[in-house]
Design a protein around this ligand. Structure first.
Ligand SMILES: [Zn+2]
Length: 426
């Protein structure tokens, strides 16, 4: 065993940790099947990885995850694990040290290595800010600081430091940023492997960071945003986002297939969502109409799916559940109207809408709609919801709704084998 994601920071720092973000970033780093998480234990989840690809990032991750490291920093050999802490901007260590707009790899407390005095554990802590907004020096420009650094890239950079910490091969590390110290030069060189991998996956030309310059500044739009979070509330602790986490926990941890599905889903999702966030920042009205016309219907759909998969759910009551969730017909009509306004987002082929920036539609066409995982989890559910709402408003009773709902699910579900789905209507 060697790598863990921290769920509960008790004894280390504040509770502003986002373990989902760490997992998503690791999935993107791996760009490979076979990344997994064990059940939570002791406030952490162990990362597992069965590698099928041979690129530098895959080999590096494989080594970090599947090696028992026992470095001897002078006091005898002892096991050192790598513990990944995905901190929100408010995360601090217990002594108050903040890592807002920063990342770090802290060597074990007793190692005597640079940064060890901040660490209260005998493991290597990899900490990064998942809401960071950092720019670094673009290669080939003599130090122009305009290159964003996405969260998977920050994490991979810190894992490069961690790799040398657990192997006790840390290079000379100094505070000056230009020229960068040998240790930072090595981490930036590794970081560029990740930039190249992500760009290749998106069919873009890689833009690299200058390994000779470690300076950075705050102010680039970064790669860590979740569209749904941004739209719903501009806050990671909003009810909607908490709810989506519930969906993730419920399905991801309950079935192997669900887990594998979500791995692929997040991989595809985070490949385009940062660009969507950038576009949305320039079009504030987009978020407003997406909330009522897309996000809330999507959440309601998943709410019903969770209900349906619970032990106490009675077959035949899905229609009743739908009608209970829409007691007010005027509100239901307004919801249908809002859905029609956003149809171009979730109904590929119906692309023109003067309210929607054409750049955004192009991005969705090129990335989102092409992914069967995105289609399955984010687009078809809204289509199903729309059809049900329309039927409900045109007078379908709860039995008719129930049959329509089950029929739609029977067309949707077979693509991914979540537990407790069945079809009883003809
Ligand atoms: Zn570094």
């Amino acid at each position: 065993m060697a790598m863990f994601i921290l769920d509960d920071a008790t004894g280390i720092g504040s509770d502003d940790v986002d373990s989902l973000a760490a997992f998503v970033d690791l999935v993107i780093i791996a760009n490979d099947d076979g990344v997994g998480l064990d059940d939570p234990a002791g406030g952490m989840q162990q990362v597992t990885y069965s590698r099928t690809e041979n690129g530098a990032p895959q080999v590096r991750l494989d080594t970090l995850v599947n090696t028992d490291f026992s470095p001897d920093y002078g006091g005898g050999a002892a096991n050192v694990d790598t513990i990944v802490i995905a901190g929100l901007s408010g995360f601090t260590l217990d002594d108050g040290t903040s890592f807002a707009n920063n990342g770090t790899a802290l060597p074990p407390a007793s190692s005597g290595l640079p940064g060890a005095t901040l660490n209260t554990t005998e493991n290597c802590l990899v900490i990064y800010d998942t809401q960071q907004n950092i720019c670094v020096a673009r290669d080939g420009t003599n130090g122009t600081i305009d290159l964003p650094i996405s969260n998977p890239v920050v994490l991979y950079h810190e894992l490069s430091h961690a790799f040398r910490i657990v192997n006790n091969t840390l290079l000379n590390l100094t505070a000056g940023c230009n020229p960068s110290s040998p240790e930072e030069n090595a981490a930036i060189t590794d970081e560029n492997d990740m930039r190249t991998q992500i760009a290749n996956r998106q069919g873009e030309t890689p833009v690299l960071r200058d390994p000779g310059i470690h300076c950075g500044s705050v102010g680039c739009s970064s790669g860590g945003c979740c569209i749904i979070a941004t739209v719903a509330s501009k806050s990671l602790s909003s009810e909607q986002v908490q709810y989506l986490r519930g969906v993730r926990d419920h399905f991801v941890r309950s079935t192997e297939v669900g887990f594998a599905f979500f791995e692929r889903f997040f991989h595809d999702y985070y490949a385009f969502s940062p660009q969507v966030c950038t576009i949305m920042a320039g079009h504030p009205n987009v978020g407003d109409h997406l909330l009522e016309g897309y996000i809330n219907p999507l959440l309601d759909f998943w709410k019903m799916m969770i209900e349906r998969s619970s032990e106490s759910f009675q077959t035949g009551s899905l229609g009743a559940l739908f009608s209970q969730m829409h007691p007010d017909r005027d509100a239901a009509k307004a919801r249908l109207k809002a859905l029609k306004k956003t149809e171009s987002y979730w109904s590929p082929g119906n692309a023109f809408n003067p309210l929607v920036p054409s750049k955004l539609i192009k991005l969705l066409k090129d990335h989102a709609w092409r992914s069967e995982h995105i289609q399955w989890a984010l687009i078809r559910p809204v289509r199903i919801y729309y059809d049900l709402l329309e039927a409900w408003l045109s007078g379908a009773d709860t039995d008719e709704l129930d049959c329509l709902f089950e029929l739609k699910l029977s067309e949707w579900v077979p693509d991914v084998h979540l537990a407790r789905f069945g079809h009883r209507c003809r």
